[in-house]
Design a protein around this ligand. Structure first.
Ligand SMILES: [Zn+2]
Length: 99
């Protein structure tokens, strides 16, 4: 015979990704990237735009990392690029076959 009794199982709460918001204009994406064409659904092509500074401090037996990120939608990244190029700053171009 199996005898069952009731018990209270505490509800679990965890933090999960909800959406990404452009820090500049408030544009939103329900993914951690942006569709290549923001005006139509496109699950195959994507754009990631993050401006980041990452600082790594080395100690004799360990290290610490910290970073600051700005998330821009592709439209605002274009504005940032135009502003940087207006300052005479050119980007470093990279191509990846595995990303
Ligand atoms: Zn934006």
């Amino acid at each position: 015979m199996h005898i069952y009794k009731k018990r209270v199982i505490p509800q679990r709460e965890e933090e999960v990704f909800s959406e990404m918001v452009c820090d500049f204009c408030g544009n939103k994406s329900n993914r951690k990237d942006w569709p290549a064409n923001i005006n139509k659904a496109d699950n195959f092509n994507r754009i990631e735009t993050t401006v980041e500074i990452k600082i790594i401090e080395n100690y004799p037996e360990s290290y610490e990392c910290r970073s600051e990120n700005y998330h821009f939608c592709p439209q605002c990244f274009k504005k940032l690029r135009e502003w940087l190029e207006g300052q005479g700053v050119l980007p470093t171009y990279n191509e990846y076959s595995n990303c």
